[in-house]
Design a protein around this ligand. Structure first.
Ligand code: SF4
Length: 118
């Protein structure tokens, strides 16, 4: 996975949930688009990645981390880059979440589930 700038990584970030991710043995290329990927190729890859996330037992933990870290790249927690980008602009700098669970609370589980199911 791409390395986040250290300043954006939540101070209480933990990684143990990744051990339980449904993507653990998947090709990371499914979750991160190659340069210049566009259109239907990108849509197909994103949907395939979201499908893996859809059966992942740590999807909410993953989405929470990605939102709090403002992860710019890849599919995390069933959310594409564009979906997360739209969420980030809705969050003010005051919502810069430092505590575990704040990403979920800022967006709401129902919204996360709805986006992940698209
Ligand atoms: S939600 Fe998706 S990206 Fe996150 S750990 Fe699960 S399968 Fe991997």
């Amino acid at each position: 996975m791409p390395q986040q700038p250290l300043a954006q990584v939540p101070m209480d970030a933990t990684w143990d949930w990744q051990e339980h991710g449904a993507c653990r043995d998947a090709d990371t290329a499914l979750f991160f688009h190659p340069q210049n990927e566009r259109g239907s190729s990108r849509l197909r890859r994103d949907r395939a990645a979201k499908s893996v996330c859809g059966r992942c037992e740590v999807r909410l933990e993953c989405a929470d981390y990605a939102i709090r870290a403002r992860e710019p790249y890849g599919v995390w927690g069933g959310l594409t880059e564009e979906e997360r980008e739209n969420l980030y602009v809705r969050l003010s700098s005051h919502d810069s979440a430092r505590d575990r669970g704040d990403g979920i609370r800022a967006i709401g589980v129902e919204t996360l589930n709805r986006l992940a199911a698209q």
